[in-house]
Ligand binder design. Structure first.
Ligand code: NI
Length: 133
C-alpha cells in the first residue's frame, strides 16, 4: 500500500507536552521547540534520539482540537504513524482504492515548514498521516 513511502514519525496524543517530554528527555531524547499549528489547533513538539523513531507529541489547545477526543477516550497514547511520500495526491488515490478513508484534505503544516500533510483511516491499520516530501 505504501511501497515508496518512508516511515517518518509516531504521533502521540498527550495532555501536556511538558510533562511527557520530561520523561523522554530524561531517557536521552532531545526535545525540539514547541510549535502551534493553527489549522489543526494543536501544539506540537518532536522528540529525537539517535537510532530511535522520531516521536511527535501532539497536545490539544481546547475541545476543538482533533486529539482532544482521543485523550478523553483512551488517555495518552500513540495514535498515528506518519509516512513521507513524494506525491501526496497519488498516494491518497492509491490508498482510497484500498478503502482508506481520507479524513482531511492535504493542508500545510506549520511543524513541517508548511509541507502538506493529510490523514487517512483504515479499519485494519488505524490512522495514517502522509507528509509530502
Ligand atoms: Ni504526525
Amino acid at each position: 500500500m505504501l511501497e515508496n513511502a518512508i516511515f517518518h514519525h509516531v504521533g502521540i496524543a498527550v495532555k501536556s507536552i511538558t510533562d511527557t517530554a520530561l520523561l523522554y528527555t530524561e531517557a536521552g531524547y532531545r526535545m525540539l521547540p514547541v510549535v502551534y499549528d493553527p489549522i489543526q489547533n494543536v501544539n506540537i513538539s518532536f522528540l529525537e534520539k539517535n537510532g530511535s523513531p522520531l516521536l511527535e507529541l501532539v497536545e490539544p489547545v481546547d475541545k476543538t482540537s482533533p486529539v482532544y477526543n482521543i485523550l478523553k477516550k483512551v488517555g495518552v497514547s500513540a495514535y498515528h504513524f506518519c509516512y513521507e511520500v513524494v506525491s501526496i495526491q497519488d498516494c491518497i488515490t492509491a490508498l482510497e482504492s484500498k478503502d482508506f478513508r481520507l479524513l482531511q484534505e492535504p493542508v500545510p503544516a506549520v511543524a513541517f515548514n508548511n509541507r502538506k500533510i493529510c490523514f487517512l483511516y483504515h479499519i485494519d491499520t488505524g490512522l495514517i498521516e502522509l507528509l509530502e516530501k
